[in-house]
Design a protein around this ligand. Sequence first.
Ligand code: NAD
Length: 230
Amino acid sequence: MRLQERVAIITGAAGAGIGQATARRFAEEGAHVVISDAHPRRTLEVAQAIASEYGVKTLGVVCDVTSREQVEAMVQQTLDAFGRVDILVNNAGRNILAPVAEMTDEQWHTVIDVCLRGTFYCSRAVLKPMMAQRHGNIVSLSSVAGLRGSEKQAHYCAAKAGIIGFTRALALEVAPYNIRVNAIAPGLIYNEFLRRIYPDEFFDKAAPQHPLGAYGAAKRHRPRHSLFGL
Ligand SMILES: NC(=O)c1ccc[n+]([C@@H]2O[C@H](COP(=O)([O-])OP(=O)(O)OC[C@H]3O[C@@H](n4cnc5c(N)ncnc54)[C@H](O)[C@@H]3O)[C@@H](O)[C@H]2O)c1
């Protein structure tokens, strides 16, 4: 129960991936979790499910991270409900495969806005309460794609690399307030949504690129592809 009575906001937490798995793991450790996602039905369903499964308080807030107004309202709702916010996980993300030569302005802006602008809006919105309470923890999802590049994902790679720069700068700014700011850069983390949008070859190619010969999974189940039968 390492997070007992802590209050954690996780954006993009109503999907099948890292966001919901993080919310569940935090709840397992006793945190009250704010399930924030742009998908209305799933947001409320996931918030209810986690409350009943883990016995913690939850709040489901429908929020598009690219909207400053919605982000600020979401943080205010959190403060109204719990009186504090200890952890923010900037998890909401979008990716649309497109080679740069054919990438539309809309594809570029959509991916950059959800990944990078959303991270800025959500981080900025929690800073004042975290600075006032002299405690906080912000974790943003970057990606190996932001470290080493990936075909047809230049916008995503740029945004995820941008998150690393943003994280480093913000960490320096708010360290005196006892606020820790970190980024995580996962390799491929399997989920049912990715399974539907990417072809089999994508997963076949991805597994050997990971040092363990297998990609990860947001749920605790064995990855389908593993070179070493892990
Ligand atoms: N899955 C991977 O292989 C992988 C690898 C490296 C990094 N990441 C990053 O980890 C994070 C989680 O990815 P995941 O694949 O585990 O999926 P996930 O299910 O955790 O996150 C996607 C969620 O984000 C929500 N979302 C999309 N646009 C939004 C918006 N504008 N406002 C609010 N919510 C929005 C979606 O509704 C969805 O529920 C993302 O930032 C992703 O880029 C994922």
